[in-house]
Design a protein around this ligand. Structure first.
Ligand code: ADE
Length: 935
């Protein structure tokens, strides 16, 4: 019966009384199918031997799982040979099948999952071996994991079997759904657990279709979509409609049109009606036409006007005959495409009838069959003024002047007051002109440029107004005399430099006197783009660029654009997922920029569905790293911000984070190698502190190690990083801080500085020399703060040169100003490296405390040797300690490394762990004794 008292079939065995049991149960042949990694889930009950009287010695609480691979099922009658089978694991129960006091049996179902394989043949058998337990096998589920077929970013991805190697990803290209087209190639990566990771690229809905529920659906009638993209279909604009589905454009209603350059989203429009209130005015020299805009603009704002002119004479039989006006009639500003509502007409003939048609046009005029929108006016020039000035001729010319003369105006309607001569450089096309006046019919125009053609025209001013201008006449100045030119230039240069210098002196004096010098410099810096502060090489006296906080940018995107290169995502090849960041997966891969060598990179991705704020925070790190250029700081290759997912690409560090790296390589490096790593970190930190950057989260977990053991400082982003660091805890002031790594003044009142980074650096030294031991072991954060306050400092790790521990103590001085700078640290380490004898005095089994506190805090810690060994996962040595007579915590407090070896702890890693813990215990015991307890 199962837990709900329903009958179930089980395979059972329970020969617990008889010794030497060897009972087997074998499955049928199971086809491997597409599986690369096969899992077996076993559900079983197992009886607790203690609950069965008289069975000690024969009763077991485990059974064994085996498998055998074959390409075919074994022929019927094949003898079962246990030796053909490979062992998968010994299976024990989490919960046992026990009896209650009342004698009722309580069924406890265990579930265990094991991976079988690698399975490469077509199928396999499973076999279960019982060696004397009381077991009921309830079910066996054999399965493999697949990334299920899915739709992502409008692309379909097929059901995919993960890679055999659990850390490799299978790259899968997606196929765009119907009516969608590819933008960046859609890709997903299938992870070992059957999860889809790192979506790249996408498809977009084609024209006439919009995205709904991961598909592209046709626009409904009355709607349209003119461009491929993930926008919605739009309603047809005014005066247009679509009758079919999937419209890419809406057609204009009758009488309405779409101009050639009109966007499809714009309403259809009509030509305007005619201009209104057209009137003419004439004086002695010019004729003016004025009108008001049409009542109906046709729904557009691009109205212009064309003025068409005809000369009409009364014919012999009284019927007027019209012909186009003279071509030299001048329209100011122009005859066609006038944007205002008036025009001036010059150079018209006397005593003539002119008819002017003013036409209003817009972007759709002429597209339909609608009549033109004209307003007409007829003007008679009987009332007009005098004719224009006649021929203008050149009398002489030098390199900078020209003398002109012209004939008198014929038939002036009234007295001539003077003449106006207007001229401009021909090349300049009237962009700027000059004029001069004269009462006679000649003038000398001076101040001209040598070897230059000028255009002149002349008009007369009479008491009744101006005459028309003469036609244009072109005259050139003579070439320059070289002697004069040189002198002129010298003069200009001398004048400019004397003037410039005086200006500088005057400006400086002015600024000094008014005390504005500082303000001036600041204002200038402010008005310069912030980027010039960095890129134009704003170099302080130290010779190192200063760090620019991205938060000082009004728009943080600008900081990213400035300090990080945008990478084309098609150059990035992702190989595998190497971790999970706060914002998304961290992958390794290659950067393959055409024409350049491939670069191994780590890629941090920002997972989809982020808020703008998260995107900014994510990219903030890139705008910080992008400012650094040092071989001990992680190098930024660039960012991907213009497509999804947003990524930060940095150099790949083969050995990953320093703390984990050291833990897996315990005892494998020489002291010199460890000091070499520390020196690299100190060099990186010297660079950062010289740039004015305070890291705030310096810890071995935030240092990356490359294949040559070069250590580089990583994890930038300060405040946010502190939030994300799992080591960060809230302080009394509410900030989140990695307590064990942080200087007391930074914990107490947030005073972070390069000196507080030096404190953290010494903690990193301690982590390195102890191969990744946790600073202050399992002490609580509160106890760490208290003991630091009391004056306690971490003791030297086993095997650490005493000089190095002295450097640590120097960096852990309470008074931050007394700590060495990073530069001092590098010099110190260099001296150690070139003088290896200074490293010979090692801390071996000396357990003396470097800095004893005056007063100890009260540690509520009362544990036995057994509890203690359990807590440091060294339970296997309980009997060694007891056998050697160590029964109280007090008794182990004086143990040396030799003692530890002597009682039978042979593995170096275990010796280290135990001795480190004893060091920590000593402090706690000291407190306990002070409070009068025996342990
Ligand atoms: N984990 C995070 N960043 C890394 C990098 N740059 N190289 C290797 N592992 C990493």
């Amino acid at each position: 019966m199962d837990e709900q008292n329903r009958p179930i079939h089980t395979f059972q065995v329970c020969h617990v009384m008889e010794p030497n049991q060897n009972n087997w149960l074998r499955s049928g042949w199971i086809q491997r199918q597409a599986a690369q990694r096969v899992y077996v889930e076993l559900r079983f009950t197992l009886r607790d031997c203690n609950s069965i009287p008289w069975v000690s010695g024969t009763c077991k609480e485990t059974f064994n799982l085996f498998y055998l691979q074959t390409d075919e099922p074994l022929p019927g009658g094949t003898r079962f040979r246990p030796t053909d089978y490979a062992k998968v694991d010994t299976i024990a129960a989490d919960e046992s099948f026990t009896q209650t006091d009342l004698g009722d049996r309580v069924l406890r179902l265990n579930t265990e999952v094991r991976e079988v394989g690698p399975v490469t043949k077509k199928g396999f058998y499973l076999a279960f071996q019982d060696v004397g337990a009381c077991i009921a096998l309830v079910s066996v589920k054999v399965f493999y994991k697949r990334c299920p077929s899915t739709l992502r970013n409008l692309a379909a991805f097929p059901d995919t079997v993960p890679h055999m190697d659990s850390s490799s990803l299978v790259e899968v290209r997606g196929t765009c759904v119907e009516n969608a087209e590819e933008r960046d190639t859609p890709k997903l990566y299938c992870g070992a657990d059957g999860d889809w990771l790192v979506p790249l690229g996408r498809c977009i809905c084609s024209i006439g279709h919009e995205e709904t529920d991961d598909h592209c659906r046709a626009c409904k009638p009355g709607y349209f979509k003119a461009f491929a993209g993930n926008t919605k279909c739009s309603k047809c604009p005014q005066h247009s409609s679509s009758h079919d589905q999937a419209a890419t454009i809406c057609h204009c209603d009758k009488g309405f049109y779409r101009g050639i350059k009109d966007p499809s989203s714009m309403a259809c429009t009509r030509p305007p009606s005619a201009p209104r209130n057209l009137i003419s005015l004439i004086n002695d020299t010019a004729l003016f036409l004025q009108w008001t805009p049409p009542i109906n603009t046709g729904g557009r704002s691009d109205i212009t006007y064309n003025v068409l002119c005809q000369r009409c004479d009364g014919g012999d039989v009284g019927v007027s005959q019209c012909e186009p006006c003279e071509p030299d009639l001048r329209f100011i500003p122009r005859p066609l495409g006038i944007t205002g509502t008036s025009v001036a007409i010059l150079d018209y003939a006397m005593h003539t009838n002119y008819t002017f048609h003013v036409e209003a046009v817009n972007g759709v005029s002429g597209l339909g069959v609608a009549p033109r929108s004209l307003a007409n006016v007829t003007v008679n020039t009987h009332q007009a003024g005098p004719a224009f000035v006649g021929i203008v001729s050149e009398d002489w010319a030098t390199h900078n002047s020209i003398a002109l003369s012209w004939s008198e105006v014929e038939q002036p309607p009234s007295d001539i007051v003077d003449y106006e001569v207007k001229y401009y450089e021909k090349e300049q096309e009237q962009l700027s002109y000059s004029s001069t006046r004269t009462k006679s019919t000649r003038v000398v125009v001076t101040g001209l440029r040598p070897s230059t053609v000028y255009v002149f025209h002349v008009r007369a001013r009479t008491s009744a107004g101006y005459t028309a201008y003469s036609p244009n006449f072109e005259f050139a100045t003579a070439p320059e005399d070289p002697d004069i030119a040189d002198q002129g230039q010298v003069l200009v240069v001398v004048t400019a430099s004397v003037g410039g210098f005086s200006l500088l002196v005057i400006l400086t004096l002015f600024l000094l006197i008014t005390g504005r010098c500082q303000g001036y410099i600041k204002a200038r810096m402010k008005s310069e783009d912030k980027r010039t502060r960095f890129h134009s090489g704003h170099v302080p006296f130290s010779g190192i660029k200063t760090y620019v906080d991205p938060d000082t940018y009004e728009d943080p995107t600008q900081a990213v654009e400035e300090f990080a290169k945008e990478i084309d995502p098609s150059y990035i090849c992702i190989d595998r997922v190497i971790g999970a960041g706060e914002f998304g997966e961290v992958c390794s891969g290659r950067l393959r920029i055409p024409g350049r060598k491939d670069v191994a990179v780590a890629i941090k991705t920002l997972k989809g569905g982020y808020m703008e704020e998260q995107r900014r925070e994510f990219l903030r790190e890139a705008s910080i790293i992008g400012q650094f250029n040092n071989s001990n700081i992680i190098r930024l290759e660039g960012v991907v911000t213009k497509s999804r997912p947003v990524m930060i690409v940095v150099e790949y560090m083969e050995n990953g984070a320093l703390d984990a790296f050291l833990r897996t390589r315990e005892g494998q490096f020489t002291v010199l190698q460890l000091i070499g790593m520390l020196r690299g970190i100190a060099v990186g930190m010297t660079y950062l502190s010289d740039m004015g950057y305070v890291h705030r989260d310096l810890a071995a977990r935030n240092i990356l190690v490359d294949e040559n053991l070069v250590c580089k400082v990583s994890d930038f982003g300060m405040s946010r990083i502190l939030e994300d660091d799992s080591e960060s805890a809230y302080t009394a002031t509410g900030g989140k801080i990695p307590i064990r790594w942080t200087a007391p003044e930074a914990i107490a009142y947030g005073k972070f500085s390069s000196a507080s980074d030096v404190w953290s650096y010494a903690i990193v030294m301690w982590e390195v020399m102890s191969y990744g031991e946790r600073p202050y072991w399992e002490m609580s954060n509160q106890d760490v703060i208290l003991s630091i306050e009391e004056g306690y400092r971490l003791p030297a790790p086993i095997g650490c040169p005493v000089t190095l521990h002295q450097l640590m103590l120097h960096c852990w001085q309470k008074e931050s100003s007394q700590r060495p700078s990073f530069n001092d640290v590098v010099s110190f380490l260099d001296k150690l490296i070139i003088n290896p004898s200074s490293m010979l005095t090692l801390v071996n089994d000396s357990l003396s405390f470097s800095d004893s506190p005056e007063e100890m805090p009260d540690y509520p810690l009362f544990i036995s040797i057994g509890d203690w060994l359990d807590s440091i996962k060294m339970s296997q040595y309980k009997s060694n300690f007891l056998a050697a007579g160590y029964t109280t915590l007090d008794s182990i407090a004086t143990m040396s490394i030799e003692d530890i070896k002597r009682i039978g702890v042979c593995l170096i890693g275990h010796q280290r762990r135990i001795i480190s813990s004893i060091q920590s215990l000593r402090l706690q015991l000291h407190h306990i004794h002070q409070s009068g307890f025996q342990v």
